[in-house]
Write a protein that binds this ligand. Structure first.
Ligand SMILES: *Cc1c(COP(=O)(O)O)cnc(C)c1O
Length: 429
C-alpha cells in the first residue's frame, strides 16, 4: 500500500488506493443505508456500526434451533445455548489482547461498569479518590458519581477530574502520570477511556497502567470507542479491568451485548466483593441449585444471567469478520484512511480557515475518528452534509465527528466526502 506522504487529492488516486487495499472486499459484506436511492457515505461507525450481511444467517440459525428444539436447544447442537458465551471469547481476546479466560460477553456497558466497580473501587477512609477525565461520556460520569454516593462519599471530593491545559483539547500523558503520582496516597481507582468519545484521543493505556501498578492503584478502561478500532494488549499492560459495548466499531447491532476484561491476576480473587448471579457460579455445580456462591475463575465469575443467545449470534457474525481481517491489518488501513481524510480536510481548511481538527495529529494518539470543530454555522454545515448523503455525527456545541471504518469505508468514499464538505463549508462561510 501507499504511504501517507504520497497522498493526492483526486478521485483517481482514491480509486488506486482502493484497488491495492487488502481489506477492500469487506465493504460488500455490509448493508448500507440508502438516501434518494443511493448508498450513503457512512462515517458514523463510532456511534452505530453497519450491519454485516451475515447477521441474518447467524440469527436465523438460532431461531431455527429455538423453533425445532425448544428448551433442548440449551444442550443440543454445535452452539448449545448453555455455553453460548464461550464462542466469542477467542475473537474478543484477540481484539483487546487478553487470554480467552480474561474476557466474557455479557450485559451492557453501563451495567458492566457498575459490576466491575463493585469489585475494583473499594474506597477506604484515606484512600478513596477516583482519578478520571473531565468531560467523560455522561453515562461514565453518572456511574462514578453514583458509585461514590453508594459508598457514602461526596462525589465532589471523591472524583478528581483532569482537564486539558488551557488552549488544548486533549490530555497530555505526562500530565496524567503527574496526577497519578501526586494523588497516589489518596487514589482508590484510575478510570479512563481507551479512546475519548468526543475528541478521539487514544490514551496511552500502557503507560497509565504501568504508573497505576507502580503505586498499587487499580486501573480500568472504558473501551467503548477503542475495541475493534485499535489493537490493545490489556493482559501484558496489567490493566485490572475493562468493559466495552459491541454496537459501535464491533458492528453487533443496537444495544447488543457488551463484554468485560478482568486480568488473570484476579482470576481466583474470590475474596473480592461482587454482585453475584447463578451464571457466574461454578458451572459444574450450577444446576445442583445449592446455597453458597462459588465464582467461576476468570472473567466468567462476574457473569450474572444466562446468555442473550440472539444477541450473541449477531456479535459472532461480526467477530468472525474481525478474525478474518485481523485487527493489525485493520489498524494499518485505518491509519492510512484517517491520514487521508485529515489531508483532504486540511487542504479545504487552508482555503477557508473554518475548521479545526481537535483529534491529535499523531496517528499513535488516535483511532480512526477525527473530530472537527467548526467555527461558524457548524450545525448548518452538518445538516447540509446529511442532505447530500453523508452520515456523520453531531455533538453540541460545534463538533462533527467522522469515523472512516476500515472494514466498510473506502478511500473513494472519503474523496467524495471531501468534495461535499468543501461545498458545505464554503456555502456557510
Ligand atoms: C457509547 C458509550 C456508552 C454507552 O453505554 P451503554 O451502557 O452501552 O448504553 C458508555 N460510555 C462510553 C464512553 C460510550 O462511548
Amino acid at each position: 500500500m501507499l504511504s501517507t506522504t504520497s497522498f493526492v487529492p483526486s478521485l483517481d488516486f482514491a480509486r488506486k488506493m482502493d484497488q491495492v487495499d487488502p481489506l477492500g472486499r469487506f465493504k460488500d459484506l455490509f448493508h448500507f443505508p440508502k438516501k434518494n436511492g443511493k448508498s450513503v457515505i457512512y462515517c458514523c461507525g463510532n456511534s452505530l456500526g453497519l450491519q454485516p450481511k451475515s447477521v441474518q444467517t447467524y440469527i436465523q440459525k438460532a431461531l431455527t434451533d429455538w423453533a425445532t428444539k425448544g428448551v433442548d436447544g440449551h444442550f443440543e447442537g454445535e452452539n448449545a445455548w448453555l455455553y453460548a458465551r464461550k464462542r466469542s471469547k477467542p475473537a474478543l481476546a484477540n481484539l483487546v489482547g487478553a487470554l480467552p479466560t480474561e474476557v466474557v460477553a455479557m450485559n451492557n456497558l453501563s451495567t458492566n461498569l457498575h459490576l466491575l466497580l463493585v469489585s475494583f473501587y473499594r474506597p477506604t477512609k484515606s484512600k478513596f479518590k477516583i482519578l478520571t477525565e473531565a468531560g467523560a461520556f455522561p453515562s461514565d460520569q453518572y456511574i462514578l458519581e453514583s458509585q461514590a454516593r453508594f459508598h457514602g462519599l461526596d462525589p465532589n471530593s471523591a472524583i478528581v477530574e483532569m482537564h486539558p491545559r488551557p488552549n488544548e483539547h486533549t490530555l497530555r500523558t505526562e500530565d496524567i502520570l503527574e496526577q497519578i503520582s501526586r494523588n497516589q496516597d489518596e487514589l482508590a481507582l484510575i478510570m479512563l477511556p481507551g479512546i475519548q468519545y468526543y475528541t478521539g484521543q487514544l490514551f496511552e493505556m500502557e503507560a497509565i497502567a504501568a504508573a497505576a501498578n507502580r503505586f498499587g492503584i487499580p486501573v480500568g478502561f472504558d473501551l467503548a470507542h477503542a475495541i475493534g478500532n485499535v489493537p490493545m494488549k490489556l493482559h501484558d499492560w496489567h490493566v485490572d479491568f475493562a468493559t466495552w459495548c459491541s454496537y459501535k466499531y464491533l458492528n453487533a447491532g443496537p444495544g447488543n451485548v457488551s463484554g468485560v476484561f478482568v486480568h488473570e491476576k484476579h482470576a481466583h480473587a474470590d475474596h473480592l466483593p461482587r454482585f453475584a448471579g447463578w451464571w457466574g457460579h461454578d458451572e459444574e455445580e450450577r444446576f445442583l441449585m445449592q446455597k453458597g456462591f462459588k465464582p467461576m475463575p476468570g472473567a466468567d465469575g462476574w457473569l450474572l444471567s444466562n446468555d442473550n443467545v440472539l444477541g450473541l449470534e449477531a456479535l459472532q457474525a461480526s467477530l468472525d469478520l474481525f478474525e478474518e481481517a485481523g485487527i493489525m491489518e485493520i489498524r494499518k488501513k485505518s491509519e492510512l484512511m484517517t491520514g487521508y481524510l485529515e489531508f483532504l480536510i486540511n487542504r479545504i481548511n487552508n482555503k477557508t480557515h473554518l475548521v479545526e481538527i481537535i483529534t491529535p495529529s499523531d496517528p499513535a494518539q488516535r483511532g480512526c475518528q477525527l473530530s472537527l470543530l467548526i467555527h461558524k454555522e457548524g450545525k448548518r454545515v452538518f445538516d447540509s452534509l446529511y442532505e447530500a448523503g453523508v452520515i456523520a455525527d453531531w455533538r453540541n456545541p460545534n463538533v462533527v465527528r467522522l469515523a472512516p471504518v476500515p472494514l466498510y469505508n473506502s478511500f473513494e468514499d472519503l474523496y467524495h466526502f471531501s468534495r461535499i464538505f468543501e461545498t458545505s463549508v464554503q456555502k456557510f462561510a
